[in-house]
Design a protein around this ligand. Structure first.
Ligand code: PLP
Length: 498
């Protein structure tokens, strides 16, 4: 960390040898200012960093001492090591040419809120242990509900990731089978429970299967429903699968549909799926972790059509809403079921307010809950609804430009509709039609592009086809960055083909 302030004076250094208590306030102030300057410089000059670090597995670990220091070290030394040892091993998610996965960006208001949240160290186990933490969470989650056009009976809570949110949704779905008395009896040793079945599309995120593994329901209880030509779950195939399973003695209990699948951002037909769930009495969970955010744009609201009938829905402000990781929201119309599944109150957590206040620990696995709502609040207030919608609209516009460059180039092929900011495509030079050859060419192209380290692209498989996947959703990405990324892809393809 480059030193910005005056050299450390004797008094400040003296704090290092104090063996009890915290860092002295003057020292905190000094390094706090230095760190804020460092972060401001970092964000301002982010493009000077390679997106991908030049390290191999184990490099960072080998550069660090194997055991902790016996005595405290100076902040100067610690911060210098951030520059020397940590930064060279960072993949920079904040870089505007980070186009892999679903790129999450840390906005400045979000960063400031994280700093404050760490300082306040709030913990909303129960209302009393964090009145503001609890109530700001309730307020911000409801603000976002309104922004997404979800009905007022959707209650939400903040969790760390969509994987955790979906896990909680599947627990609630299972708990809703009242006759099983899952909370008391559990699953093991019971002969009265047939195989419970969950349905999701073959393009659903792996977190759905992970939830089933975690809950002891097993991958064998997941039925993957085939998709149509636009990668959307086929309601006819869903209805058939449910009927088939019932016929063979299994017990369907949950459907997980997706708005914005991970590979191609396809949107499952929620109204038709909701019809089936209502008819069959199944819990409908919607994974809108990525795509749901787009509903902030009024003209995109329709992507969540039918979701008002879902039992639960997850959306991740840490994906495409400029909130630093981690922050996921699980909405549900049936919070009582979540409470039934999770509330377990030991004596030491009982308070005088339990009848009138909401204790968030009652709705999920974690007891301790950090103050994540603060960064959501900062981001919502700083950008405002219109500011967020404008930024998302711009990403959609740039994604459409990128799509048009692919379509105009005879060496490339678009592989899926572009609904949001993700574009699936591949190099497909005229005359090369062998699928294995095309897969290999595109894999080499991906590696060549990423080895440059000045942009980061990821891939997926669509059926058996190897696809490149470019995502535009970073707060700092402008059209020039997408253009540059496109040029780099063209350059690397040219080099591979000579
Ligand atoms: C559609 C979808 N759902 C869930 C997840 C899991 O997200 P998280 O990392 O928050 O668990 C992802 C991750 O990209 C995703 O794309």
């Amino acid at each position: 960390m480059k030193k910005k302030g005056p050299p450390v004076d004797h008094e400040v250094n003296a704090g290092v040898n104090v063996s009890v208590g915290d860092m002295p306030p003057e020292e905190f102030r000094k390094y706090g200012h230095q760190l804020v300057d460092w972060v401001a410089d970092y964000l301002q000059n982010i493009e000077r960093y390679p997106v991908l670090p030049n390290v191999l597995p184990g490099d960072v670990r080998r550069s660090l001492p194997a055991s902790p220091p016996e005595d405290g070290e100076t902040m100067d030394k610690i911060l210098a090591d951030v520059d020397r040892l940590i930064i060279p091993g960072m993949t920079h998610w904040n870089h505007p040419r980070f186009h892999a996965y679903f790129n999450s960006s840390a906005s400045s208001p979000g960063i400031l809120a994280e700093f404050l949240s760490a300082a306040l160290n709030g913990n909303a186990m129960v209302w009393q242990s964090g009145p503001a933490v609890t109530e700001l969470e309730e307020v911000t989650v409801d603000w976002l509900r309104q922004m997404l056009g979800l009905p007022a009976d959707f209650w939400g809570m903040i969790l760390d990731t969509a994987s955790t949110s979906t896990l909680h949704a599947v627990v609630a779905a299972r708990e809703s089978l009242a006759d099983l008395n899952m909370r008391e009896q559990g699953l093991t040793g019971r002969k009265d429970i047939p195989r419970l079945r969950l349905y999701t599309s073959e393009f659903a995120h792996s977190s759905v299967e992970k939830a089933m593994m975690t809950l002891g329901l097993g991958l064998g209880s997941v039925c993957k429903i085939p998709v149509d030509e636009q990668f959307r779950m086929r309601p006819d195939a869903l209805a058939e699968a449910i009927a088939r399973d019932r016929h063979s003695g299994m017990r369907p209990f949950c459907v997980v549909a997706t708005v914005g699948t991970t590979s191609v951002t396809s949107i499952d037909p929620i109204p038709a799926i909701a019809d089936i769930c209502e008819r069959e009495g199944l819990w409908l969970h919607v994974d809108a972790a990525y795509g749901g955010t787009a509903a902030i744009i009024p003209e995109m609201r329709s992507i969540l059509a039918g979701c008002e009938r879902a039992d639960s829905l997850v959306v991740n402000p840490h994906k495409w809403m400029f909130v630093p990781v981690d922050l996921s929201i699980l909405y549900t119309r049936r919070p009582k079921i979540l409470r039934q599944a999770f509330s377990l109150v030991p004596e030491y957590l009982r308070t005088a307010h339990d009848d009138v206040a909401r204790n968030l620990m009652d709705y999920g696995v974690p007891l301790g809950r950090r103050f994540r709502a603060l960064k959501l609040w900062f981001v919502l207030r700083y950008f405002g609804v219109n500011g967020l919608a404008n930024r998302l609209r711009e990403h959609l516009r740039i994604a459409q430009s990128f799509k048009s460059w692919i379509e105009a180039d005879p060496e490339f092929e678009l592989l899926a509709p572009v609904h949001f900011g993700a574009i699936c495509f591949r190099a497909h030079p005229p005359g090369v039609d062998d699928e294995n050859q095309l897969d290999s060419l595109n894999e080499r192209l991906l590696n060549a592009v990423n080895e440059r380290r000045d942009m980061f692209l990821s891939h997926t498989k669509l059926g058996r086809t190897y696809a490149l996947r470019m995502v535009i959703g970073h707060l700092r990405t402008e059209e020039v960055h997408a253009k540059k990324a496109w040029e780099l892809i063209l350059q690397e393809l040219k080099r591979l083909r000579v």
